[in-house]
Ligand binder design. Structure first.
Ligand SMILES: [Zn+2]
Length: 277
């Protein structure tokens, strides 16, 4: 765990996202929850307990690596309404259980009891709140998924970017909106940032967004080149690849899934580039 500024802590070594928390005078505000390995969820719970009780948990998107672990923590959930809709969908509990079994056999005793926690608050476009002397701004901005939340602390100049900015390469693109994502990066660059906590990868700063953009644009450029050369969608999806550092270290049982995810992601880039998304 790293203390990235004053009262703000982040873990970048767990399997999955970079869970974070802010210690305030009224309690803890968590950003994302670890949940791909039971040991990580339990270790994080223990770590946080040293600083106080969890008051709120904000999820930056609905994916398992950010939200599956909500179950293990007390505190009220705050989510974008799109995140809530995806997580509260009828098939979600079964999907989560399948995911847990795929990731970590240690989950087995927990799986049957697992349920998806309903958020206490949802928001549409933006939401600001003050809690325990700290100001939080939640900003909805589509990109990596359509329900991304940026969590910005203006007083601290700290941004929790979710997977819209990663410092370890390109994240899952399979539910992305690539053109909106580029606009999201434009927006992030307008914020005053000392510390950028990415969805995945080492702690970043003001320059991280520009660095991420150049990787993202170069992959888009590659897909564009193939389209210009007359390659069809199927061939592009089968043959264009990028280095997947995000899912590095995931159990072998998940590899097939993430190969599929990469193909879907390349398909999203293709569709955006030919104007179909
Ligand atoms: Zn993620």
């Amino acid at each position: 765990m790293e203390r990235v500024k004053d009262n703000i802590y982040v873990e970048t070594e767990y399997l999955g996202c970079n869970p974070s928390f802010v210690v305030t005078s009224s309690g803890i505000v968590m950003i994302d929850a670890p949940g791909l390995r039971l040991a990580d969820a339990l270790a994080w719970k223990k770590e946080i307990a040293k600083f106080g009780e969890v008051a709120y948990i904000i999820n930056t998107d609905h994916h398992g690596d950010h939200a599956l672990g909500n179950y293990f923590f007390s505190g009220d959930l705050i989510q974008h309404e799109g995140t809530m809709k995806k997580l509260m969908a009828d098939d979600r509990v079964e999907a989560a259980r399948k995911y847990m079994r795929m990731f970590d056999p240690a989950y087995e005793p927990v799986v049957e009891h697992y349920f998806v926690k309903r958020p206490r608050f949802t928001y549409h476009d933006r939401m600001g709140f003050y809690f325990g002397g700290e100001a939080f701004e939640l900003i909805h901005i589509s990109g990596h998924t359509e329900d991304e939340t940026l969590v910005y602390m203006p007083g601290k100049k700290v941004l929790f970017s979710g997977d819209n900015v990663c410092t370890i390469g390109i994240p899952n693109l399979s539910e992305s909106f690539p053109l909106e994502w580029l606009k999201a990066l434009d927006f992030v660059e307008t914020l005053e940032i000392d510390v950028l906590v990415p969805g995945h990868g080492k702690i970043g700063n003001k320059d991280s967004t520009r660095e991420f953009r150049s990787q993202f644009e170069s992959l888009m450029g590659e897909v564009k080149e193939k389209i210009d050369q007359g390659w069809g969608r199927d061939r592009i999806v089968e043959e264009v690849r990028y280095e997947d550092n995000i899912h590095h270290g995931y159990p072998p049982s998940t590899m097939e899934r993430f190969q599929q995810v990469m193909k879907q992601g390349i398909g999203r880039l293709h569709d955006a580039l030919i104007g179909q998304r």
